[in-house]
Design a protein around this ligand. Structure first.
Ligand SMILES: Nc1ncnc2c1ncn2[C@@H]1O[C@H](COP(=O)(O)OP(=O)(O)OP(=O)(O)O)[C@@H](O)[C@H]1O
Length: 194
């Protein structure tokens, strides 16, 4: 994927630009920088969720996004949460559930799962979509240390086995290092990549 952004504003307020970013097949990058600098704004533009910017975006790859909170369908079983939005087969979905430690919970509804289990299911769903690039916005924030560690390990394993690229928004350079993601820091106002 390639983004050549010349400028992004909210109303009269310039937020970003110029920013050029290329992420090739299987490459991993982390967007770092202080709170409010524009990391989420940049990720939303990459994701195609915000098209109100000056510049060009070329995204030939399939994208999947993992948000901070698990966004599961409450009235669907865990397995169907993986198959329905992604087109994955039941066998593929079950294999992914096993990979994230949820074997045997296929028939559970999201409310019957702990928050940590729901997060792991959300992670599995992102990979069920067979993304070329996975986009993650602070997915490990506000987790207790053990859960965060487990999620980081699982994410690294799933990235390795799928070959997907990664664009990770994080405050924490250690997270970038754990996922072997090249750190890129947004700074300034409007923000650019250092
Ligand atoms: N929809 C919006 N309308 C107006 N201003 C916005 C909007 N979304 C974000 N902003 C502003 O754009 C700036 C960048 O926000 P953004 O959420 O991208 O920062 P961030 O680097 O991801 O911050 P954090 O690390 O705290 O999540 C902030 O000043 C924010 O107030």
């Amino acid at each position: 994927m390639r983004l050549d952004l010349t400028a992004k504003s909210f109303g009269p307020r310039p937020i970003l630009g110029p920013v050029s970013l290329t992420v090739g097949a299987g490459q991993r990058v982390a967007l770092l920088g202080p709170s409010g600098v524009g990391k989420t704004t940049l990720l939303r533009i990459i994701a195609g969720l915000d098209r109100d910017f000056a510049g060009t975006r070329a995204v030939p790859d399939r994208l999947a996004m993992v948000f901070q909170e698990p966004t599961l369908l409450p009235w669907r079983t865990a397995l169907t949460n993986l198959t329905l939005p992604t087109g994955a087969t039941r066998a593929e979905a079950a294999a992914l559930m096993a990979q994230v430690g949820l074997a045997g919970r296929e028939a559970a509804y999201p409310r019957q799962l702990s928050l940590g289990q729901q997060r792991r299911l959300s992670l599995a769903r992102a990979f069920a979509a067979r993304p070329g690039i996975l986009l993650m916005d602070e997915p490990f924030a506000s987790l207790d240390e053990a859960t965060r560690d487990r999620m980081l390990d699982l994410t690294a394993q799933l990235l390795d086995s799928s070959g997907a690229g990664l664009i990770l928004v994080t405050h924490d350079p250690a997270e970038a290092a754990r996922l072997s993601a090249r750190p890129l820091t947004l700074s300034g106002s409007p923000a650019t990549l250092g």
